[in-house]
Design a binder for this molecule. Sequence first.
Ligand code: PLP
Length: 394
Amino acid sequence: MISNKMKEQVQSSSIIRAMFEEGKRLAEIHGAENVFDFSLGNPSVEPPEDVKKAILEILNTESTTKIHGYMNNSGYEDVRATIADSINDKFGTAFGQKNILMTVGAAGGINVILKTLLNPGDEVITFAPFFGEYRNYVNNFEGQLFVVSPNTLDFQPNLEEFKQKITPKTKVIIINSPNNPTGVVYSEETILNMADILREKQKEFGTDIYLFSDEPYRELAYDHVKVPYVTKYYENTIIGYSFSKSLSLPGERIGYLVIPDQAADFENILIAANIANRTLGYVNAPSLFQRVVAKCLNAKVDVETYNKNRELFYNGLLSYGYQCIKPEGAFYLFIKTPLDNDVEFCNLAKQKNILIVPGTAFGCPGYARIAYCVAYKTIENALPGFKALIEDLR
Ligand code: PLP
């Protein structure tokens, strides 16, 4: 018999993954070209050419034991040093290789940090709408997730409610910007105010509260919007980065954590996170791809392709009467559903072979997420269906 904890996770199993399977089923019945699957954040643009070049160069020039062998559980020292230098160049920070821990994507990094920090019953706070997997990750380590309700005006975090939710048991805050599912970038003002609140609460309770910034979409930002580098605003910040979206490599499972010297108990966190990476069963991040990403730190995914999709979809939906905030990053639109019941609305969309994810899956009912990391043509072909959907409801 499976464990009680897994029973819970099976029951609440990802609605997004279920949609993905549904998309495949519908494509078999109606033909792939007649199914408009906007359910999954799977990058649609090719990885930059540099990625292929790097793979071939590494395979052709380096010894296979070096490429495929075990290494320090935190990752290759030279790769971590190269990444630290690159962050320092971009953001004026002063990290060294010791501050970087290579991870199995952002998901691996979050699990490593939660295992490192949480005692059973410790509280974690995040802001709706949020990536639903956080619930499972916190549950993995017997933490308790508290969710700040959404500020649907502009989807910046509701900091008044945040303040009320912090208790002496609050250990970790998870933020995600550019955000999945809204595409909103948390402003510098938001980060400054959040940092002030956290410092005040740390002082009040005599505790350390870590701010975990989950950043798989950092590179996917439009119109030159500034995405603040959070370690510069709050000393107890830990960053989780991933190459899944920026280099279109989600299946390769590669990312890193940044654990700054300024973070409270930093030396023990480094030791513990290294061990957590091992004992969670990852052992280390994929060895070949550590080397690949180190050669591709300045390669950029083709953001312009996503930008064109964003403009087409956003303008089209608005012209039909949908309400939606214009995303500044990532590759998602978060529309207000014309029906209050978002699950029902997404079921109606499915009848038109359009797959989108109810906001309920992100802790924000009354909305739906559309992933526009698809071919431009798919959006063009799907727009009449979206028009018919809203007209049917009038
Ligand atoms: N965090 C957020 C907000 C995401 O949207 C995703 C993936 O969609 C992840 C983490 C996991 O990313 P990775 O593939 O790097 O594990």
